[in-house]
Design a protein around this ligand. Sequence first.
Ligand code: SIN
Length: 281
Amino acid sequence: MRNSSLDVKPLAGGLGAEILGVDLRTDLPAEEWRTIDAAFAEHGVIFFREQDLTPEQHIAFAGHFGPINVNRFFTPVPGHPQIAEVRKEPHHRKNIGEVWHTDHSYDEIPALGSVLLAREVPEVGGDTMFANMYLAYETLSDGYKRMLEGLRAVHSSRHIFGPNAAYHGNDLKDRLANASLAVQDAVHPVVIAHPITGRKALYVNPNFTVGIEGWTAEESRALFDHLFRHAVRPEFTCRFRWRNGSIAIWDNRCTWHLAINDYHGHRRLMHRITIDGTRLH
Ligand code: SIN
């Protein structure tokens, strides 16, 4: 039996860890998978360097975490519908994912997470930020937590990917499609218990959450103004600097992420696979 040389190095106090000493192109022994699974549960997002995976190896790695969810709106990688392109060319101004969000929260059964593989990144810029929604919840006062108890929030894909979404008027229209399929609305608890860890996490996000069930738009906005500002306190976040071949896998149930759009004039190409989750309670 091979000795595991795998090393888990936290990236920041709030969340995130790099896993060193592993080659994801090989068949990993069960012990290494256990270390990876435990790091994923503990740190919310984990990163690997120098993983030059083929699309098939990328799909196999993602498949360890659950069934693959085929994205409806992003351009697929030719020949691999399970892999979505997250791409910005030198002539583009807009990028994909520049507002804090949780992937697919508009689905009734939202995604577990995503595996993002860097194919071509600019020399400078294009980092991704992550925020820890356990900490965002746990650091609220007891009184505020009591107010959130039992609240449910409405999430939607319509305003982001639908026929009236802003992208039809900007250069994202080259990269997004299927506006007519953006008919998803879902209602989830504002605070969920994570299906694996059981820890409570805030489950609303600035991109897809459109209101609190039974509240007016103005009341919802006032709540979100506070929560969305609080949730990204610097000590709840980490920032990842990509190199070609870097991989991140994040847990959508307890994190947000945001792609920084600070590399105009340069190309950035990422391959993303999203993994099916379970109903949230
Ligand atoms: C995404 O929001 O899924 C993309 C993140 C990134 O490109 O860094």
